[in-house]
Design a binder for this molecule. Sequence first.
Ligand SMILES: [Zn+2]
Length: 418
Amino acid sequence: MPQIAFLECSRCHHHVSADTPQTLCPVCAGSLYVRYDMDALKRSARRDDIAAKVASSPASLGMWRYSSVLPDVTPVTLGEGWTPMLRSKRYPGLYIKEEGANPTGTFKARGLGLAVTMAKHYGLEHLAVPSAGNAAGALAAYAAAAGIAAHIFMPQDVPFANYVEGIVYGADVNMIDGLISDCARIVGERIKSQKDANTPANETWFDISTLKEPFRVEGKKTMGYELVEQLGWTYPDAVFYPTGGGVGLIGMWKAFEEMEALGWVSGKRPKMYALQASGCAPVARAFDEHKPASEFFQNAQTFAAGLRVPKPYGDYIILDILEQSGGKAIASPDDAILASILDFARHEGIFLSPEGAAATAAYDQLLASGELKPTDKVVLFNTGAGLKYTDMTAEAMHLKRPGTLPTSLPVGGIITPQ
Ligand SMILES: [Zn+2]
């Protein structure tokens, strides 16, 4: 595993040392990327060594099969990554990357697996996160595995599973009457007041928010490595990615850059598509208006809870990647998202998360318009298991549990339709 050479600002390219925990660029508050000595990496990291390493070392399971391009630390792992790449039964070019197979049932396990690993490496004892739901659940699990305290802040109307998992994992669970942006403000205020009060370092919370520390992107980049390896070390034509905070999209683009530098893949990079819900579509709106950054999306509302991010911190990076790759951002209304959940469940046997279904709804739309062909090679991310959203999906379907289930059948009675 390689040493980190330095952290580099995504905006002004300022370098920061990785010897101590870092948050944002001290010059411009841009997000930081992890950088390695690529010449040394070219000699030490070979894609053909991966399979043998995985076979010989249990520590190389899941996303840690890519340990040759991840920081040199002892992993806090629950088996995240190396998720199935399912072929669609109807569209010959469509591959569904099933991130619901991760621990805690979502793609958040990758970023928080690595971020908590690094927090343990640095000796941090308290981690705090504002979350649309699933990041909170993943932090709670990995913090428990690492013996670190987790302070999670999420909207009070997140999927019930996110509340329950936080409690079950023993996190400090805070349900907020507001959106993730309100949660982020509260976490920031708490940390500032701790610093103002000269709270001892080991009791001060560390903010592990999306793109406000460098390692969640670094963990999520493994999705880019995986999809290329699972396609025989080739690129697809397009990647469809449900975009709330957009960490995975940013991480995958970083992975493509690294893999090209290492000679692991060549050819044209995929077009990147950021998929959102019409009720909260800051990136799609900025993309349509050709703006370099998004504006705060007022009155955000969608049952795709993970997409309720009114102003993603890395919006300027996401929009740049969409532009560079020739992709786009598309927003779908909740009724199209629900229809796509039912369509894929009934015709493919896949219970998508509402976020994943925002991607399939956009896929259908592009097929219908002829912009995409069923034979185009598309990797579409189902970012979480549909089962984490049973309450939200049932509500969207106006589905209620039958009020009175019989506890026993009447003996000798005749059962007739009611
Ligand atoms: Zn900077």
